[in-house]
Write a protein that binds this ligand. Structure first.
Ligand code: SF4
Ligand SMILES: [Zn+2]
Length: 331
């Protein structure tokens, strides 16, 4: 795989210009200070209106090494919520190695702990070969593994909230995809603040959901955050990219459509979730191996662990810049 060398100057100008268009089309009004203020305002609004973080919460941020998650980790700490990071190394050659290095560099900069799980180390196989062997698309496997690992790292290491870097474009494009294909099983389950369930499911929040992708990128550039520029190779050709392009065209013609789309959905989703809760037929049980919620006797992660990981305990590395320790803790 080749890595493009981006021109930081032009990326900075492009992202800042595009991000500032939302604040003002008048160049005299658009400046980086106003942009920073606008982004902080959007994040504060999300935190407050959706009661995302409460006093006493211990926060962990899901960090991929991309602009959104690194910006969120940086901003969460800047806003006064001391947050640690959790990263999953997928074993996608240099892409994963670079992503991990950028994540670790942010842990050093923030002086915060980083928990990470390495797929090639735990299962002796990267996501590509795993996908071929179990005949399941890489993105579907990746999603399942990340959800499991992130949640488990939170609950076993005392974090009450997991924050993810999903931005407005992510939320709007996922919603459009679910609507276009009438994926009813997912449609009403999405949210930007999902409460914890028992002791096994941490609360999940998306503080960036009112910020566009360009605003998140602008924040990363303004804060001198070094992120992985390349997209994951499995995202190439993904439908979500097409949906993002379509929504951007609509937004150009009719500004603020994306926010109205997502906010309108969230209002309806809450009501739908409540009215559908009684009709839920799928029963969750607890995995007989790990004890985490599952729809089957043994959860999908444990099935993989039994086949590829020798069935042993899940091992998280803990990188702690304060003590320069890099150790492994078994859960
Ligand atoms: S594009 Fe890459 S990071 Fe995203 S879900 Fe697919 S495999 Fe995972
Ligand atoms: Zn399990």
């Amino acid at each position: 795989m080749t890595f493009a060398v981006p021109c930081l100057r032009s990326r900075r100008d492009t992202y800042l210009t595009l991000a500032m268009q939302r604040i003002s089309t008048d160049p005299a009004q658009a400046n980086p200070d106003r942009l920073a203020y606008f982004i902080l305002k959007s994040v504060n609004e999300a935190l407050r209106e959706f009661d995302m973080l409460r006093e006493g919460d211990r926060v962990a941020v899901a960090v991929s090494g991309g602009k959104d998650s690194l910006a969120l980790w940086h901003l969460t700490n800047k806003l006064g919520y001391p947050a640690d990071g959790i990263h999953v190394h997928l074993g996608i050659g240099p892409y994963s190695d670079v992503s991990f290095e950028k994540t670790k560099a942010m842990a050093d900069r923030l002086n915060r702990r980083l928990y990470y799980f390495s797929l090639p180390e735990a299962f002796r196989i990267g996501i590509k070969d795993l996908s071929r062997t179990v005949k399941r698309p890489p993105c579907s496997l990746c999603g399942m593994i990340k959800r499991y690992v992130m949640n488990r790292a939170c609950t076993e290491h005392g974090y009450s909230v997991l924050a993810t870097g999903h931005n407005l474009d992510d939320e709007a494009s996922a919603l459009l995809g679910n609507l276009l294909h009438w994926k009813e099983e997912y449609l009403w389950k999405k949210g930007v603040a999902l409460e914890a369930e028992g002791s096994h499911l941490a609360k999940k929040v998306k503080p960036f959901f009112l910020c566009s992708e360009k605003e998140a990128a602008a924040y990363a550039l303004m804060s001198d955050i070094d992120y992985v520029y390349d997209e994951c190779p499995y995202s190439i050709g993904a439908k979500t990219l097409m949906y993002k392009g379509l929504l951007n065209r609509v937004e150009d013609e009719s500004p603020a459509t994306k926010i109205a789309f997502v906010k309108g959905y969230l209002k309806r989703a809450e009501k739908e979730r409540l009215s559908r809760a009684d009709d839920e037929t799928e029963e969750k049980t607890l995995c007989t191996t790990c004890g985490y919620p599952s729809y089957t006797r043994q959860c999908n992660f444990c099935l993989l662990a039994a086949r590829f990981g020798g069935g042993g305990p899940v091992g998280f590395h803990v990188y702690d810049p304060t003590s320069l320790q890099d150790g492994i803790v078994k859960s």
